[in-house]
Ligand binder design. Structure first.
Ligand SMILES: [Zn+2]
Length: 210
């Protein structure tokens, strides 16, 4: 994102420092794009569909949702992009903006922690997003927002872990390292990316029964 803006002669940016968030955020209200209520969060700000295009559903929640994505870029993004799996980035945006999320008792409806990239998403996107929110809720209730922020920032500030070709390594290597080092489950036992992906429904069974 930063490099794209620097390379764009119309952006007005000439260095990465100028693009870092400093008590300001750019909001782009656009008339183009096809989806009503479509939004997008980036390092420098957010895009929201213009009011004149059709009133987006729960626009206040949508704005907060996109601002959460902007903060994710500021905290975690490396040169290769956001570095967070899709269920986490969307789940955090859903949860923190107060958008609808699935109840713990509904966890068997979906496998959110298997959705690492956009192309992993399956089924009704509305259902998928509710379950990303639930999967994130578990992690936040087990760890607290301060520890999650520390984990997200560690993804960016740690020395980058070299990525070796591997069929089992689906998530970004630095994200795995940070998550495995800092996250715990609801019983305060260490929680790894692999455990949360593979045994998601046992963690949620436990969560639902509390
Ligand atoms: Zn989103």
């Amino acid at each position: 994102m930063a490099q794209t803006l620097i390379a764009d002669p119309y952006s007005g940016y000439t260095s990465v420092e100028q693009i870092r968030l400093q008590n300001k955020i750019y909001v782009c209200i656009h008339e183009s794009g096809s989806d009503i209520g479509w939004g997008e969060g980036h390092l420098a700000g957010i895009n929201i569909g213009a009011y004149s295009k059709g009133v987006p559903y729960s626009v206040n929640q949508l704005i907060v949702h996109e601002l959460v994505h902007s903060m994710q870029y500021a905290l975690s993004a490396g040169i290769e992009g956001l570095s967070l799996p899709r269920w986490f980035s969307e789940g955090q945006a859903v949860y923190l903006s107060g958008q609808n999320r699935a109840a713990a008792s509904q966890h068997t409806e979906y496998d959110p922690t298997k959705v690492i990239n956009f192309f992993d998403e399956y089924g009704d996107p509305g259902i998928a997003y509710k379950h990303y929110g639930l999967a994130y809720q578990y992690v936040q209730e087990a760890n607290g927002i301060a520890n999650i922020k520390a984990m997200m920032n560690k993804v960016k500030t740690d020395k980058q872990v070299p990525v070796f070709p591997s069929v089992t390594q689906l998530e970004n290597a630095n994200y795995i390292k940070a998550f495995d080092a800092l996250m715990v489950d609801i019983n305060k036992k260490p929680l790894t990316v692999e455990q949360y992906r593979t045994n998601y429904h046992s963690y949620l069974n436990d969560f639902a029964s509390k």
